[in-house]
Ligand binder design. Sequence first.
Ligand code: NAD
Length: 314
Amino acid sequence: TARGLQNPIIVTDENVAKFHLEKMQNLLQAKAVIIPAGEEHKNLETVSRLWKAFLENGLDRKSTVIAFGGGVVGDLAGFAASTYMRGVDWIAVPTTLLAMVDASIGGKTGFDLPEGKNLIGSFHPPKLVLADPSLLLTLSDRDLRSGMAEVVKHGIIADPELFAFCANGMDWVKNNLEDVVKRAMAVKIHIIEEDPYEKGIRATLNLGHTVGHAVELVSGFKLTHGESVAIGMAVEAAYAVRVGVAVRGVDEAIESTLSNLGLPTRIPEELSREEIIRAMRVDKKKNAKSIRFALPMEIGRVELVDVTNLEEVL
Ligand code: NAD
């Protein structure tokens, strides 16, 4: 028994292990399984490795899995926990900004297929989420910026003041990480408490993700999730203004805030528009004829709009 947990096991990736695993293991007296880092390993093969590692380490239905890493580790460890022996408890200890403010909250777990991201998954909320902003000090600049895309998203959805803070740029963010994390987490917690299974308003969290997921996939994951979402938000906001559903200027506000954070706002020229449209159609949340977008109406208000003409969005 470590800290009241029966036979806990830490799941982490090689980068997080390098910086933080020793301390965590000493603290918890727990075993650890280290998986390779990166979205390209968020697949069934890694899930199988985790199931086997759980077996080899004697985990039973009372054991607890501790996901110690970014969104990739959380999604994989959470999914493995949700299916191992029909479900064991897990705890999320997110180590990226993106995982703290987004991926660790809301109970979605899963992995990618070659055809698309997150096509297989389950709802299996962690028993506890422990977000310690000091873990972010070892995060690369690129990953920190990427996480800010989801923070901006949460500002646009429900916290205009947080959105305004984001416009101050990365230096301000680095000096105010605790506040940034707390406020951005609060937005998502509030939404998923109201709509845990995405029957309604939870879908507003998909802001930027319809275009974003497609861009991420077509880039062959050269763009990070956060960078792709930044592009997605800018493109979708521009569309919303162009078709007249959004308040004028909301697109410029979003674009300039993202740029101030060093995030991209345009689809790279070399990515095929046709492939992006095809990828949007495969994305799991959409039915065939039209695709439901979460579009920003103004800062602080996002609405769901069905779009049939995808060319027009790009
Ligand atoms: P990630 O887990 O790949 O982490 C990014 C990089 O940072 C990796 O190389 C990782 O090894 C490294 N890293 C992590 N913590 C570190 C630290 N403290 N110091 C140094 N390096 C560190 O990616 P991510 O951006 O955290 O998450 C993206 C994933 O999350 C995507 O797969 C996305 O689909 C998923 N996601 C899930 C949900 C959900 O609701 N389940 C929501 C949003 C995103």
